[in-house]
Ligand binder design. Structure first.
Ligand code: AMP
Ligand code: ZN
Length: 150
């Protein structure tokens, strides 16, 4: 297992260490979850790896693998797991990387945001373009080349 990195000036590292308070929910050996103090909806929750890193690609796989099962458990705790139809209440899982992508705290965090109505929770701008199979085909070829180098 990769050793846990910590950053003394990081607010989320301080929360993990208990140096500043949080409304803790589930904690595992690799993850920590707590209520967001400026929620966009009631019971807006954050799940963080116990490993300091600003962006997703900075976090070792074992920490990332621990997080989604925690998010799933939290859907149960928040009673977001009862609606198995596409309509009615739902939720978003959001993970921002970089200022341009709306990241404010530079320690990776996954938001679990209940979407109970139109006015609370996540609002999404989705600038979808027309489907262009030629452009997609070119891009796909480039990406396959990159994939073959992994
Ligand atoms: P992001 O824009 O994805 O970086 O989101 C950062 C989130 O962290 C925001 O929703 C903040 O409300 C939340 N946040 C910042 N400081 C704290 C804190 N001390 N305790 C809980 N949530 C926090
Ligand atoms: Zn940190």
């Amino acid at each position: 297992m990769a050793s846990a990195a910590s950053n003394a000036s990081c607010i989320f590292c301080k929360i993990i260490k208990g140096e500043i308070p949080s409304f803790k929910l589930i904690e595992t050996s690799l993850s920590y979850s707590f209520l967001d103090i400026q929620p966009t909806a009631e019971a807006h929750v954050l799940v963080i790896p116990k490993h300091h890193g600003a962006k997703l690609h900075n976090i070792p796989d074992e920490y990332l693998a621990d997080i989604l099962p925690v998010v799933k458990k939290l859907t149960k705790v928040l009673k977001l797991d009862t609606n198995n139809t596409p309509d009615g209440e739902g939720y978003n899982v959001l993970q921002n990387n970089g200022r341009i992508a709306h990241q404010l705290v530079d320690h990776v965090h996954f938001h679990l945001i209940p979407k109970r109505n139109e006015s609370t929770g996540l609002g999404v701008e989705w600038p979808a373009q027309e489907t262009d199979f030629e452009a997609l085909g070119k891009l796909h070829k480039q990406l396959q080349e990159e994939l073959s180098k992994l």
